[in-house]
Design a protein around this ligand. Structure first.
Ligand SMILES: CC(C)(COP(=O)(O)OP(=O)(O)OC[C@H]1O[C@@H](n2cnc3c(N)ncnc32)[C@H](O)[C@@H]1OP(=O)(O)O)[C@@H](O)C(=O)NCCC(=O)NCCS
Length: 330
């Protein structure tokens, strides 16, 4: 174990201007505001402007996180971007962000794909690299342009997702017992086909027919995913609490992945922790995958819901299936 505490020095987030309401979606597919709100808790989501890329959104969130940390791009020596929607299949979005943000060319930059759990996997990776002493100041970004991989005719998925970005600056502190205390990450690869993009990868390259059928877009078996999400997030939360000999009521704020209000309510019930201890913004953004937790974390900090000494639990679930939790002392 490292002797350096790895801490969050600043956070930032960015949501595109364009708001897409449930009422607008109900004009395009057979759905209703009432159905979407009662089944998911979502009222609206943000959609990237034409020409606005994943890297553009990531840069905006990163700039805000750097300002919040009182640092400049020149201070950063490591960038990890969690995304399933990079600007290009190749190269990584982090390469575009390095250039647009003006990070030094000596900065180590790479992308990481753990779908909706991506920010937790990236945070764990970055903290291990900074904690080792080989890196000093890092940026971790969760960013998605899911609007580009949604089948807008599929009412079972198109109502759920949105675009956005969140970022955190990671550094060290000589004070023991603060920052990232631990993570509990997991993967259940047997469930890949419950939530995936069937075509366009190397196992099934896109064809004219597959594109016409929208098989390069997200496909999901929602009911199965729902059950596994609740079980996995509950397990990840319980395990990390047990590892650190804590009870749920030691946690002042849970920042869960924002996929569905009913999933968050189920976790609240399973952990026997009231909903007031959960940060929720799924109503305004929908599911922004890897961006969901860092956007929520930034909004929670700005809203004054995280104070020095507080314990925060992050908990996520996503395609893969991936899942995980992280414990942070502020
Ligand atoms: C997708 C989800 C909201 C669907 O809610 P649900 O209560 O499970 O609903 P079901 O899938 O059982 O569908 C119930 C009915 O509503 C219909 N329906 C689905 N989407 C609809 C929509 N947008 N509007 C209206 N009706 C819809 C279904 O076709 C089904 O109709 P049927 O009974 O005639 O077949 C829910 O399963 C869910 O949130 N799952 C987890 C998804 C998730 O979070 N994924 C990302 C993880 S990171």
């Amino acid at each position: 174990m490292s002797t350096r505490s790895t801490v969050i020095l600043g956070t930032g987030s960015y949501a595109p201007e364009r708001v897409l309401t449930n009422a607008e979606l109900a004009k395009a597919v057979d759905t209703s505001d009432e159905w979407i709100r009662t089944r998911t808790g979502i009222s609206e989501r943000r959609i990237a402007a034409p020409g606005e890329s994943t890297s553009d959104m990531g840069v905006q969130a990163a700039r805000r996180a750097l300002v919040n940390a009182g640092l400049t791009p020149a201070d950063i020596d490591l960038l990890v971007v969690a995304t399933i929607t990079p600007d290009y299949v190749m190269p990584a979005a982090s390469c575009l962000i390095q250039h647009k943000l003006g990070l030094r060319t000596s900065t180590t930059c790479f992308d990481l794909n753990a779908a909706c759990s991506g920010f937790l996997f990236a945070l764990d990776t970055v903290c291990a690299m900074v904690g080792s002493g080989r890196y000093q100041k890092a940026l971790v970004i969760g960013v998605e342009k899911l609007s580009a991989i949604i089948d807008w005719q599929d009412r079972t998925t198109c109502v759920l997702f949105g675009d956005g970005a969140g970022a955190a600056v990671i550094g060290t502190s000589p004070e023991p017992g603060i920052g990232l205390l631990g993570t509990r990450l997991g993967t259940s690869g047997e469930h890949v086909e419950l939530l995936y993009i069937p075509r366009g990868g190397t196992s099934a390259p896109a064809t004219a027919e597959s594109i016409a059928a929208q098989d390069h877009c997200i496909r999901m078996k929602g009911k199965e995913v729902f059950k596994l999400a609740v079980r996995a997030m509950d397990e990840a939360a319980r395990d990390i609490l047990e590892q650190h000999q804590l009870r749920a009521d030691h946690i002042s704020l849970v920042i869960p992945h924002q996929a569905n209000l009913r999933i968050i309510e189920a976790i609240s019930e399973y952990l026997d922790l009231p909903m007031e201890r959960f940060f929720v913004n799924v109503d305004r953004y929908g599911n922004t995958s890897a961006a969901s937790i860092p956007i929520a974390l930034d909004e929670a900090r700005r809203a004054g819901r995280i104070k020095s000494g507080d314990l925060t639990l992050l908990v996520a679930f996503g395609a893969g299936l991936t899942y995980g939790s992280a414990l942070i002392r502020w």
